[in-house]
Each structure stands twice: as C-alpha cells, then as structure tokens.
Design a binder for this molecule. Structure first.
Ligand SMILES: Cc1cc2nc3c(=O)[nH]c(=O)nc-3n(C[C@H](O)[C@H](O)[C@H](O)COP(=O)(O)O)c2cc1C
Ligand SMILES: O=C(O)C(=O)c1ccccc1
Length: 404
C-alpha cells in the first residue's frame, strides 16, 4: 500500500497492522482491561454535531494557532509516545523532524529510546515529557539535564502512578524494556520488512533499545518505571512535588493526564502554564471519562491555563469539536506510530498533511474561516428527550438553552 492510497488515519491503522508484529501492534493499539475508556474516547465525538453556517466568506482559511509564544501551522501536535523506535527506525527523530517541517509541536517521550539531547539538537523546538520520580534529588537532576538540552516546554505526566493492567500485552508476552522473547521473534519472522528495516537495523546500531530519558544520566537504567520498578517511585508523587518542580523549572510547565476540574484548578494554583486533559488514550484507568467530555468544566476551572487535550482524536472534525468546547490545542498519539510503521518520516508527514487538509475542508464547510472564531455556537449535542438544543454560556452537557 502506497502512502498516496492512504486516505485517512483509519486506512493507516489497517496498513500498520499488516506491517507490525502482532505483539507490537497490540501494544500500540490496545487499551487497559475492558478497553471501555478506549472505546469511550471515540464515542464521545459522535455525541456532538456541528451546525454549519453558510454564505460567509471562507475563500481564505486559517488554522494557525499560537501557543507558548510560538506560532504553529495547525492546532494539533504529536503526543509523547514511548519506544517509538519499535514502529520505525529512529522513530523519535522521524517524528520530531516531520513535526518541525510541518511547524507543529512534537513531544518527546520520557520513555523514549533516543536521548533528549539528540532530538533537541536535530529538532530544537521539541517539547519533552518527563516521567517524574518522587525522589527530589532525581527530579532536580532530570530538570537540569532537560534545561541543558534546550527543552523549553516540559510536560509532566501524572496519570501513570503505576503501570496499568494491559491484558493485550500480557497475552502477547510483550514487555518493556524490550526483550527478545520467542513471541517477538516469531512476530518478526512473519513481518520480514519490519524485522529488516526497523528491528535489525536498530539492533545493529544500538543493540536492544533502552530507555534514555527516564533519569538524569543518559542510559541510566536505575529508573525503569515501565516495568514497575519500585525505585521509580512515581506512586508517591504529589502536588507538593509538582509545586517544587514549578519553582525550579524556568521554562513552560504542562501537566498531562488530568480529568477533574479541581485538579485543573490546582494546576493553575501551583503556577503551571498549561495542562493536557487526557486518559492516556484509554491505556491507564479503564472506564475513565473521555477527555472531550471533561473539557468544558476544566476550561472553566482553569481559565488562565493553556488547555490541551488528547485521546481518540482521528479526524479534523474531532479536533474542531474540541476547540469549540474550549480547548486551545489537541494532541494525537497512535496515528503517528502507524505512520512511522508504514512510511517512516514520510509516513508521519502524511498523517500531518491528512489532518491539516481535513481541518481546512471542515472549516470551509462549517462556515468558519478562522479557527480563532470557533466556539460552542457551532455545536449541538442532540439527544433524548428533546433533539437539537444549542449550547451557549457555561452549560456542559445537553441543557436547557433554547432549542433551534
Ligand atoms: C504506544 C504508546 C506509548 C505511549 N507512551 C507515552 C509516554 O511515554 N508518555 C506519556 O505521557 N504518554 C504516553 N502515551 C499516551 C499518549 O501521549 C497520548 O496520551 C495518547 O496516545 C492519546 O491517545 P490517542 O493515541 O488515541 O491519540 C503513549 C501512548 C501510546 C499509544
Ligand atoms: O505505553 C504507555 O502508554 C506509556 O505511557 C509508556 C510508559 C513507559 C514506557 C513506555 C510507554
């Protein structure tokens, strides 16, 4: 399948499934436990519908958005994803470069296998996501390392106090840090292209990929949070620790993984610059609320923060719905891993282009030439008993505002 024949992120997922060993595809695509949160993320979008406006001039359209003093070409970016290198050779760099070329943000994962120094050197605007241990000496050293590497936006992920139960991974014998299990080797044999172009190439260059950004020291494997090593110590991380990070970190600070408006209020109170409303793509607490449904209340609770959101975004319309509900920016995860699997950096660039094009067409059809003008008036949440009520003001669900 050529990239040109991939018309949507849905097509891409199918193509990636054919390219990746089943255990790797299972790891990337899966959610936790019953995968209710994973499914719920998609269902949340369907509940909202657009009410387009016509006969407005949409001959020139803008989807540019500025965030933290940078003008981005689109209102979305690439979410942090650990071990991207298992989907494509030099996966972190491929994503970072594609994002820089498209002028959108890329967030390097704290669980990545490429040292942050290397990524920041090649794609200087990259953000960095940290898995912060609760040991302050370690936090301090990690902050220092990130500052030296030139990180300007630090994202602290808080929704992984411990590893979740992902039965897909257990069944497939998939574990991190990566081990050469018989299952992985067998999967590689049925996916020879992946074996040659991604796995063996990586193996020859750097051996078995290892976590490079968990701690202050490059290649230090003391803190192997993904495997549940108790020394990772994230289970005890608290708001006090985050406030401590805020005092020491001079760049922008973003908290990722919040769903409760009171937590959003606390993020604002400790002086964070932004937050990412997220349920980790349905990979942590199963049955967690869909971030889209959490947005209105969170935006109201933290009016001074940049409100970002992720989990389940696959289409331009998904992105526009979140912006209309109060988000300033959207992040997208898995589709970029699939892009990597299918076409390396060009595959990632293809996803970015697809989504940008969808947003552009959707803005025209919606009758909104500039995303800065998007708001709740373009959305309804049809639902029983009375269909089609418009939303305005502060309501956050189907409510009693006047019916059209
Ligand atoms: C394979 C994979 C690895 C991930 N690794 C991380 C990570 O290291 N740090 C983090 O904060 N979030 C991680 N996430 C969560 C993403 O940042 C993001 O919240 C989620 O993927 C968004 O949902 P989506 O994939 O449906 O777009 C990971 C997600 C996936 C799919
Ligand atoms: O898989 C994930 O969702 C994730 O966050 C993670 C955590 C540690 C290592 C790799 C990925």
């Amino acid at each position: 399948m050529t990239l040109a024949s991939i018309l949507s992120t849905g097509d891409l997922e199918q193509a990636a499934r054919r390219r990746l060993p089943p255990s790797v595809y299972g790891y990337v695509s899966g959610g936790s436990e019953t995968e209710c949160a994973l499914r719920g993320n998609r269902q949340a979008f369907d509940a909202w519908r657009f009410v387009p406006r016509f006969l407005v001039d949409v001959s020139r359209r803008s989807q540019a958005r500025s965030l933290f003093g940078t003008q981005y070409a689109a209102p979305f970016g690439i979410a942090p994803m650990g071990v991207a290198g298992i989907c494509g050779f030099d996966g972190d760099l491929a994503m970072a470069r594609a994002a820089a070329e498209a002028r959108v943000p890329f967030v390097l994962s704290g669980a990545s296998t490429t040292p942050m120094e290397r990524v920041l050197e090649q794609a200087p605007g990259s953000w960095f996501q940290a898995y912060v241990p609760s040991n302050r000496e370690l936090i301090g050293a990690l902050l220092q390392r990130a500052e030296r590497a030139g990180v300007t936006v630090l994202v602290v992920t808080v929704d992984v106090p411990i590893a979740s139960t992902r039965e897909v991974e257990l069944r497939n014998g998939f574990s991190l840090p990566l081990r050469l299990t018989p299952r992985l080797v067998a999967g590689g044999l049925v996916r020879p292209r992946w074996l040659a172009r991604t796995f063996l190439r990586t193996l020859l260059r750097q051996g078995i990929p290892r976590f490079e950004n968990f701690s202050a020291v490059r290649g230090n494997r003391i803190i192997t949070a993904a495997t549940g090593d108790h020394r990772a110590g994230r289970a005890a991380l608290s708001w006090d620790d985050l406030a401590w990070v805020r005092e020491r970190w001079r760049g922008r600070l973003v908290i990722k993984g919040l769903l409760h408006p009171e937590d959003a209020g606390r993020a604002q109170a400790i002086g964070a610059d932004g937050l990412i409303v997220s349920n980790h793509g349905g990979r942590q607490l199963d049955s967690a609320l869909a971030p889209l449904d959490a947005l209105p209340a969170i935006a109201a609770a933290a009016p001074r923060l940049a409100i970002m959101v992720d989990s389940g975004f696959r289409r331009g319309t998904d992105i526009l719905k979140a912006l209309a509900l109060g988000a300033d920016f959207v992040f997208i995860g898995r589709p970029f891993m699939y892009g990597l699997a299918v076409g390396g950096q060009a595959g990632v660039a293809h996803v970015l282009a697809l989504l940008k094009r969808e947003i552009d067409v959707d803005l025209a059809l919606l009758g909104c030439a500039d995303i800065e003008d998007l708001d709740r008036r373009y959305l309804v949440r049809p639902g029983p008993p009375s269909a089609f009520r418009t939303h305005s003001g502060d309501c956050s669900c189907s409510c009693s505002t006047p019916a059209i």
